[in-house]
Ligand binder design. Sequence first.
Ligand code: AMP
Length: 422
Amino acid sequence: MQFRVPRGTADILPGEVEKWRYLEDKARDLCRRYHFSEVRTPIFEHTELFQRGVGETTDIVEKEMYTFTDRAGRSLTLRPEGTAPAVRAFVENKVYAQSQPTKWFYIGPMFRYERPQTGRMRQFHQFGVEVFGARDPGLDAEIIALGRDYYEEIGLTGVTAEINSVGCPACRPVHREKLVAFLTPRREKLCRDCQARLDRNPLRVLDCKNESCREITAEAPKITEFLCDECGPHFEAVKETLDLLGVNYRINPRLVRGLDYYTQTSFEYVLEGLGAQAGTLGGGGRYNGLVEEIGGGDVPGIGFALGLDRILVALKDQGIQLPVGRRLDCYVVTLGEEARKRAIPLLAELRRAGCSAERDVLDRKMKGQMKAADRERSRYVVILGEEELSRDAAVVKEMATGRQEEVRLDRLVDYIRAGSKR
Ligand code: AMP
């Protein structure tokens, strides 16, 4: 029997892993500059956290969660997203009692039972940020700019931030009423999913991907026309700060998060040309009611999550090579038993000195060892031949130039170290 990875998951092998590390390192460095701290929460949580924190009427909770019962009969779920766990950790650890705002970021795998295709996996990976404790609309814009900076720094081009405001529990009902009045006479023409949404969560009809539903809702009342005295100016201030930051954005009235705890700013990063699904690289928004929903106080929040798998698809699509590679500083070629014995402590010393060093462990002849050094793109090859060893020396060859010289063994580590730093 041959085992295969579960559908919608993938191995990340050497060669690919370096790209992931690069994306993760970039995220960490950017977050350092924006003064965020990393948080790590468990891979699984109590199912109820997501039912509350993501929402009962969302696709995620209705049909995409990996939920299981543990041996003690508890219902647990592999995390489908990172915001609800971050909020839980914020509340449970009483982080709200410390000085605010709290600025967190996370990187890690998420799990959703979806139909796999390019850029859509069942185990996928997100880089996300969350800020708790601040209502400043300028912060919303800075968060949107952080995501923009990330895409820019890894070399992706053509990313646009789509933004919208979804109002708040004060102004949303006014819009909702108008929306229902608009949609009800058109009910029969909506897709089956949207007919159900109309009853339970009409805002979600606006973000249906179905072409005919989109045509119907093109003329639907826009929430931005109904924003209250708090949400209207907030949205204006977000746009103003986005302009100050030079963020490329466009307003998309379809961008909704149909739950009461999502408020005001809502945004997505889209890439033209990757298709409706894979083209969404990331998304986020404000959730001023979520901390309270999860059992904390009235603490506002805002955040985003960017899909790393999709970024890699987009980078490949744009023909962008990340500056990564495994480099070997030194391959030690040995000829004969005596040389092998000298090579072992030499390798240890090189590695202690910070150089990456390798030797033959397959009993290859000189030619085979040179080939291996070449394949590993080693910067230097050190050849321990009998004659040189008798003089306590070795031949060092720089592979790129072909230049070679004899170096005394007691100087060898310094020689390689100095060269590999250049
Ligand atoms: P969401 O949490 O649904 O707002 O997703 C945020 C981002 O995560 C999306 O824009 C995608 O880039 C990524 N994402 C979400 N679901 C998947 C998935 N099943 N496979 C790969 N990436 C995903």
